[in-house]
Structure formats: C-alpha cells, structure tokens
Design a protein around this ligand. Sequence first.
Ligand SMILES: [Zn+2]
Ligand SMILES: [Zn+2]
Ligand SMILES: [Zn+2]
Length: 358
Amino acid sequence: MQRFTCECGNVLFFGSSRCLKCGSDVGYDPQRGVMQRVRPGSPMKRCQNGVKHNVCNWLLPASAVAVLCVACRMNRTIPDLGTERNRMLWARMEMAKRRLIYTLLRLGIGPPSKKDDPKNGLAFDIVSTLSDPKVTMGHLDGVITMDLEEADDTFRQVNRQQLGESSRTLQGHFRHESAHYLWKRHLSELAWDDPMRLAFRERFGEEWTDYATALSSYYQAGAPADWGQNYITAYASSHPWEDWAETWSHYLQILDGLETCESLGIQVQHIALPLVILPVESGTLPAMLPSAPAEDGEFLAWLQRWMCLSSVLNEISFSLGEPPLYPFVISVKAAQKLRLAHYYAHAWGVRGRKTGEA
Ligand SMILES: [Zn+2]
Ligand SMILES: [Zn+2]
Ligand SMILES: [Zn+2]
C-alpha cells in the first residue's frame, strides 16, 4: 500500500475519509490512484455505499450516472443490513475487497464488473451462512461468494484452528478467490499447448486432476508430511488450482506488504539482519517461457527483501506478545511458483493496458 497525502500536506491512509489536519472530506480515486478532497462542485463524488452506509471511501466521477464506485459496483448480493452487526461485518468485507481491487488495478488487471461485461467481468455475493447455511465460499464463473461470518474474528479463528491453518484473513480470502477468477479469465481458454498453460502445468501440476476427489482426499488425509518443501501452505497441496490460488494470494500479500513497508520508509538496507540468499533457481521460469535473467534477478531481490522485512515484522509481533505476523517459510519450489505468478501478473497487465481494459 502506498502512502497518501492530503492537499494540505498531511498524511492520509487508504481507509481515510477525512483529513485530521484540515478537516476536509477525502476519498480514494481508483482511476488516478490518489486520495482526493471532496466538496460540493468537485469533479469526483463519494460512492453511495460510503454516503449511505459508511462502508466505502472510494470516489467516482461526479458526472457519472452510476452511484457506486468500481469496487462496490461489483457487488451482486450484499448482506441483510437489518442489524448493526451485519453492517459492521460488511464494512470489514468491503475494506478487504477494496484492497484487492486496489492491487489488481495497480497491476493493470483490474476486472470489469460483471454487470458491464457478463463474460469476463467479476461479481461478488456477500452472504451470511447464518441466514443461508447452504452458502459456501468460492468462485464460480466470475462470481466470488464470501461468507459474511468470516468477518467475525472469533468465527474465523475457530475455522482457522479446525482447518489447521497458520493464517486465515479476510484479505487472504479475497486474494485467493481472485486467483480462481483470473485463472478462468486468462488461462482456461488458452490452447492446451500454449506456453503460458504448459508453464502452469510445469509448476503447479496437472489441472485436470479430478477436483472433488482431490479435495475430499485432502480433507480426509491432510497434507503430505513434507508439504513445506513444495507448497506455500498445506492447503495448496490439495489440488493444482488451489496451489495456484494460494500462490497468487501469497504473491499479492508480499506485493502489498512490501509496498507498505517501503512507502513508510522501512528500508531493507537499514535492517540489522543478514539477507536470506535464495538459490538462483528460485527465481527462474519454466523452460517453455522466454528466459529473462535480469527479471529473474529483480524478482529474487524483491523476494529476499520481503523475507528480511517479514522477520522484522515477526520479531515485533513477538515483542507485543502476539503470534508471528508472517507464519510462512518460502521453499525453492514455492519461490518458483511465485515467480510464475509474477510473470503472469506482468503479462496480463501488459495485455490489459494494450486492449484498454480496466
Ligand atoms: Zn488535509
Ligand atoms: Zn464504493
Ligand atoms: Zn480455492
């Protein structure tokens, strides 16, 4: 996440809706990627979900007929707002969702709303399993379903423990499901022998492995004992699609985490820890993709900076009596998968910019 400033010079954050120094109403302009003041007569107006429900601080052009910002426009179903609890949980959901959309926009792969582009667009159903017990979180044909209850910290922690996960966050849910959407949009329709698709298979395995069988055997038998050698999380071992989704989610997490540290002046060269040096092959792409040693090197340097910063974050967390903020170990194989995610992000972003999408 970047560091933002108000026109008065004060620092603003991604969630700000008012500047504490000059008192102006402010909001985030997703087109320009900046925080802006909003007042009567401004070229931008606040999203209706902000005005009415106080759950969004994004802006849209004042001249637009639409009343919702690009992120809120993707909602197909929102929770029942009859209770204050639901409104509060929904606000957390929307915050996590906006962070995802922010990162995708920065990568040049911001998805259109399914309302505007039924084939390639993205929509969200945010529903509570308390009111509708049949709801399961996931992605299907451009629709991401989220269980509102996951925004309840206790509910989420119980799930985390039952599923044996080291980390479970709303942000992670959105990032994970976005991977399934991107897979469908950018990879599923490529020819079987397209290098992008062959590379996927090389790193993540054979995606035609029966999904339902793979998942049920994962839930019965758990991950292989040595999963840490091959996967970023235990769940990633369940199926190549889940491996991809966990990897992509992790890639976005590092992207955001590192950007936040660096934009706030936490620089790796000032940290009194030795840099973890990953073997060169950690940063390489599968052979069917054009080799790019300079980019491989940049990627590795980026990943090593994050590994160093994340040990600092963990130590701070321990000092505060909390569990590690970053409970992950990146193996060579997991790094190679992250490298492919990085390659895809760039390739899709370039294509998105060329065709004027997003
Ligand atoms: Zn200000
Ligand atoms: Zn909005
Ligand atoms: Zn998944």
